[in-house]
Design a protein around this ligand. Structure first.
Ligand code: AMP
Length: 538
């Protein structure tokens, strides 16, 4: 058989030849909307590659993006990776110290950013030691006043090129994309995707049991391109010829709903927080979901009521998915298999509340703390271990050392059971982090700061359910003798020490915290103790 390297440029070549007139619609950070087709997109992606070459970017160099889901961002995905450089999607929701850390760690040479993020970067630019050029993703007429040095306009930059460019061929194991996760303790860690891993992941994303994407689909990937590759949807759109609609900087229900109706969206995907807002909006306005058929929801557990409302009131099938930055991200998805197809509606809903079943290409098992595999009986709970060709082997630059066990299993830090039909259900989390609105909060960092408060003897932070943000931090404090501390006092103390959105939603005073045999605070017991807790404002 022929050796045809699995490169992401192949998706664009496919779209250009087979779906040239298929549309891409993009909301713009400078205002308004832009509309073109895959043929025009391919030319501009080539111009982007040529322009990067002219800036001195070569094979293996890192090109950072700080950008919303837009057509320009996607041109860079194909342009930079297609030429053999690495697209480093930077998450603007990280706080300044983390942004500085990851861009220096990645040794990014160029930063291509939306104008929205100019103030954010101006404030830290002097600490970015490897960036040679800042490329603002607008035309000359929308360039803002800025203190940044070596600033270029993206439109001007690519207009100077002729688009006469052939995508180079190279080894499919070449690095393609880089994405840092803060979903572990310590500094953010980089996951370096290869062309091969992204290609195989896209093939999976285009199978019938995954996201519901086919050539006739109209897709709105609300999931950001800077967080876990937008679940692979931009590649899948080009690979299938689906129409792609990009929401730019807009995440409010009204704009998203307008796009769903005006563009005839059939498939979409996002974290539960986005859909909680959307369902409220629909209920308040009496509007419906037009052509929408399937919504994939993941990143955090999907509440049962959300699945039921989508399906019963709006006729939209919910596909509950699980994955992580380290798994590219698709790992398990909740589509029906033959074993559950004939269950009663209530039983089917029970299955949908689980995090889905393994897809071809991801092996999964659950293990106890001694490394023994546990049975798939729907009851035995253990650590979720995964392996496969789009699962991380090591973090970028070897950070955190060897992260696989002897059989190549990667420990996800999630705790779950798997039932007899193969559906996995998350029951707990071993990693000490909280996921709020799709982004991570480090409970350990919060605790370390909180114990610096003069009235605090011991503090622990756990995530508790919140209807809008999925999870929010709850701080449990043992005060110094004769003292007490309330939430306002704690906020005032933490305000200049952590990002504002990390501040705990509540502070509860207790006499003592549960400890493990080795003297560590037992988060498991604490979560059990506060399992019925609900936040005062929720
Ligand atoms: P990230 O790398 O930021 O995408 O986060 C991945 C982590 O998000 C997983 O390891 C889980 O802890 C959590 N997660 C993802 N999907 C789900 C889900 N459907 N239900 C519960 N937790 C999830």
């Amino acid at each position: 058989m022929q050796d045809w390297p699995l490169l992401v440029s192949k998706f664009l070549e496919h779209a250009e030849v087979n779906h040239p007139k298929r549309e891409i619609v993009s909301m713009l950070p400078e205002g308004g909307q832009f509309r073109y087709d895959f043929a025009a997109h391919a030319v501009r992606a080539k111009k982007c590659a040529q322009a990067l070459g002219r800036l001195g970017i070569g094979f293996g160099d890192r090109v950072a993006t700080l950008a919303w889901n837009t057509h320009r961002h996607m041109e860079i995905w194909f342009g930079a990776s297609g030429m053999g450089a690495v697209t480093h999607t930077v998450n603007p929701r990280l706080f300044p110290e983390q942004l500085i850390y990851i861009m220096n760690h990645a040794e990014d040479r160029v930063l291509m950013l939306d104008i929205t993020f100019v103030p954010l970067i101006e404030a830290i630019a002097e600490h970015l030691t490897t960036i040679e050029h800042f490329v603002l993703l607008v035309g000359r007429e929308h360039m803002p006043e800025t203190k940044l040095k070596n600033v270029l306009s993206y439109e001007e930059l690519i207009e100077a090129e002729d688009g006469n460019y052939n995508w180079p061929t190279f080894d499919e194991n070449t690095a393609c994309g880089l994405c840092y996760t803060s979903g572990t303790t310590g500094n953010p860690k980089g996951v370096l995707y290869s062309h091969r891993s992204n290609f195989l992941h896209t093939l999976l994303a285009l199978t019938g049991d995954t996201l519901g994407i086919r050539s006739t689909s109209v897709i709105l990937p609300v999931v950001p391109m800077f967080h876990a590759n937008s679940w692979g949807i931009p590649y899948a759109a080009a690979g299938s010829g689906a129409k792609l609609v990009l929401n730019g900087p807009h995440h409010d229900p009204e704009t998203l709903h307008k796009l769903i109706v005006d563009e005839g969206i059939t498939v979409t995907a996002a974290v539960p927080t986005v859909w909680a807002g959307m369902l409220k909006y629909l209920q308040a306005t009496g509007k419906d979901m037009a052509e929408l058929k399937i919504v994939t929801i993941g990143g955090s557990a999907v509440p049962r009521s959300m699945i039921k409302t989508f399906q019963d009131d709006y006729g939209v099938r919910v596909n509950h998915a699980w994955g992580m930055t380290e798994t590219s991200p698709l790992g398990s998805l909740g589509s029906e298999n033959a074993a559950v197809q004939n269950l009663s509606p209530k039983e089917k809903l029970d299955v949908q509340c689980k995090q889905g079943r393994m897809v071809l290409g991801v092996e999964m098992c659950i293990m106890d703390d001694d490394g023994n595999k546990l049975p798939r009986d729907g009851e035995s709970s253990g650590r979720v271990m995964v392996r496969g060709p789009w699962v991380v082997k090591s973090y970028f630059k070897g950070d955190a050392g060897n992260i696989l066990d002897d059989d190549n299993w990667f420990d996800t830090g999630d705790v779950a059971c798997i039932d007899e039909h193969g559906y996995m259900q998350i029951t707990d989390r071993a990693k000490d982090v909280i996921k709020s609105g799709g982004e991570w909060i480090s409970s350990i960092d919060l605790e370390n700061e909180a114990v610096g408060h003069p009235k605090v003897l011991e503090a622990a932070v756990i995530g508790r359910y919140h209807p809008k943000w999925d999870e929010r931090p709850l701080m449990v404090v043992v005060p110094e003798e004769g003292q007490t501390v309330d939430v306002a006092e704690m906020h005032a103390y933490l305000e200049d020490k952590v990002a504002k959105w990390w501040l705990p939603d509540d502070v509860v005073i207790v006499k003592e915290l549960p400890h493990t045999a080795t003297g560590k605070i037992s988060k498991k017991d604490l979560r059990e103790q506060f399992k019925d807790y609900s936040f005062p404002d929720a």
